[in-house]
Ligand binder design. Structure first.
Ligand code: GLP
Length: 264
């Protein structure tokens, strides 16, 4: 696992956007096959998406041959609810880039058969050729997508029950009332994410410091599901100074030295 430590969330977001665009362009130069990307929601990726939008408008990258699968969606929240992940993705990315509508996949949290919806999602990911890159954020407890603590690290797309902590944290988007936050969600599994050829996790701000410490220095454990990245050959955490505040000095120095040596 690499940890790329940038001074600010802005710098980290720009790095991530340029990295994603470079990977899309690299594949395009090599083959006609689509670039398959996993995408996340939350406040963390917004600046990365803004930079990708700028790059698309400037002709520096195109999503015409990109297929995307979002990582999660609330169960039972109407698709057009302002806090649904459908609404979020259209507002912050899809409505402003050139990705064809038929290439966009987001789990349907209102499907009549949720298990069938999840199984079909995994099949569609496999049919697209698997993920070239999965972009994720993390929860304060180290959850990836909605894989809360105790999610099997071998899990795939399924119905999950949110922890009270996550519902409290996410209540800021629901007028501060945790009772308005759905109790369940559909989420790709930990293994769906780690099955990607590359995983890029964004983590900014002091609220993510404990999760980063657990993910990087703690055990490979279902207690912090992003720790699954420890066994991934191509896992990158993009952090800012605030989110690595709890790493040991020696860990911090090592990741900085790698970054300097590889000019990341
Ligand atoms: C939710 C999402 C996660 C996201 C997390 C962090 O729980 N399901 O995918 O990573 O929120 O959100 P934020 O980026 O707003 O801190």
């Amino acid at each position: 696992m690499k940890v790329i430590i940038k001074q600010s969330s802005k710098e980290g977001s720009l790095w991530a956007a340029h990295h994603i665009a470079a990977k899309i362009n690299e594949k395009k130069a090599r083959t006609d096959e689509p670039f398959v990307i996993g995408l996340c929601t939350g406040s963390t990726p917004i600046e990365t998406y803004a930079e990708l939008i700028r790059m698309v408008k400037a002709g520096e990258v195109s999503f015409k041959n990109v297929i995307s699968f979002n990582m999660d969606e609330y169960v039972g929240l109407p698709e057009n609810h302002p806090e649904s992940y459908h609404s979020f993705m259209h507002k912050y990315l899809f409505d402003q880039i050139d990705e064809p509508a038929e290439n966009i996949h987001i789990l349907n949290g209102n499907a009549p058969d949720l298990d069938a919806e999840c199984a079909a999602y995994e099949k569609a990911i496999a049919a697209a050729g698997g993920f070239d890159l999965f972009l994720g954020g993390i929860g304060e407890d180290g959850h990836i997508a909605f894989n809360e603590p105790f999610s099997p690290l071998s899990s795939h797309t399924r119905v999950v029950t949110l922890t009270e902590d996550t519902r409290i944290v996410n209540s800021r988007f629901f007028g501060g009332d945790m009772n308005l936050v759905p109790k369940q969600a559909l989420s790709v599994g930990v293994a769906t994410v780690t099955g990607a050829r590359e995983v890029v996790i964004l983590a900014f701000g002091p609220k993510k410091a404990r999760a980063i410490k657990d993910a990087v220095e703690g055990p490979y454990s279902h207690m912090c599901t992003v720790s699954a990245l420890q066994t991934h050959e191509n896992g990158i955490i993009v952090a800012d100074e605030a989110s690595v505040g709890e790493l040991k000095v020696n860990s911090y120095k090592y990741f900085k030295a790698v970054e300097a040596a590889e000019k990341l």
